[in-house]
Write a protein that binds this ligand. Structure first.
Ligand SMILES: Nc1ncnc2c1ncn2[C@@H]1O[C@H](COP(=O)(O)OP(=O)(O)OP(=O)(O)O)[C@@H](O)[C@H]1O
Length: 269
């Protein structure tokens, strides 16, 4: 257990650039809109992006007691990221063990305030660093973000396998950049292919939580530091995020109850 946190949810992708950080930020806002207290930990030590997504790129972390970091509060979400500790022009040239160490410190030494959900924006890939993080952190469940592209799906599968290996339940798959509708002519195209998310979900018997379009608005709103759930609360993307957040909570509740049952059965024997 991490102090001040009820549930940790890892958001992972396998392949980079599929929209994992954008999805994490929007999911956090959707969970918060339902009344939960939510935090986001940016575990992408090399390329942190949550600070920009929440419009607090210049924020710097404080440590009044010299032991704990105060999370940065933005748009109602508690945030912690490497971006708050180092200069944005400082390249991270650390090796694996140092990265895991830094991450562990960000996770355990942040003074999280009474969180229902802490979303971890995992670094892309399924290498040693990711495996260590998945193993060391008491994760309640993982959400996998992918595009319908074969290459991304292959990596998403590796991500799912990785969480299975460390016995973290996969709460569902999110297919991002599914369809694109041309703003000029209205024609809709499946730029990265179609049906992939569904296929992976079926193979691993995990729910397909939702499909998000490849939309200029999602990118623009993210760049402006006001993700779609807040920028366009009545929009289709926001609606999809709210729906997905509700499903994640339902899956988590179900999985947690099932795990408790197993524990009770064990102790009865
Ligand atoms: N549904 C979408 N429609 C349009 N643009 C999107 C969408 N999702 C994400 N993007 C854009 O795609 C780019 C990559 O997104 P993001 O940084 O969230 O991906 P990522 O998977 O976290 O990448 P990495 O793990 O490599 O940091 C960003 O410019 C983002 O604004």
């Amino acid at each position: 257990m991490i102090k001040g946190v009820k549930h940790i949810i890892a958001v992972a992708s396998g392949k980079g650039g599929v929209g994992k950080s954008t999805v994490t930020a929007n999911l956090a806002l959707a969970l918060a809109a339902s009344g939960a207290k939510v935090g986001v930990l940016d575990a992408d030590i090399y390329g942190p992006s949550q600070a920009l997504l929440f419009g607090v790129g210049d924020a710097r972390v404080q440590s009044p007691d010299q032991k704990h970091f105060q999370p940065i509060e933005a748009l109602g979400i508690q945030l912690m990221s490497m971006a708050f500790l180092v200069d944005e022009h400082t390249p991270m040239v650390w090796r694996g063990p140092m990265v895991s160490g830094a991450f562990q410190q960000l996770l355990t030494q942040t003074a999280w305030q009474d969180l229902d959900y802490l979303l971890i924006d995992m670094p892309p890939g399924t290498g040693d660093i990711q495996l260590t993080l998945a193993q060391r952190v008491p994760v309640s469940g993982a959400v996998i973000v992918t595009t319908p592209q074969d290459l991304a799906l292959l990596d998403a599968r590796k991500g799912i396998e990785m969480f299975r290996k460390v016995k973290v339940p996969v709460l569902g798959i999110i297919e991002n950049m599914s369809l694109h509708t041309c703003s000029q002519c209205g024609h809709t195209e499946a730029i990265f292919g179609s049906g992939g998310g569904e296929q992976v979900a079926e193979t691993y018997q995990a729910p397909l939580l939702g499909q998000l379009p490849l939309a200029m608005s999602i990118r623009l709103q993210a760049d402006q530091g006001c993700p779609s759930v807040l920028a366009e609360p009545e929009g289709l993307a926001a609606d999809t995020f709210h729906h997905m957040a509700a499903q994640i909570v339902a899956e988590l509740t179900q999985k947690t109850q099932a795990a408790t049952k197993v524990q009770i059965q064990f102790s009865d024997d």
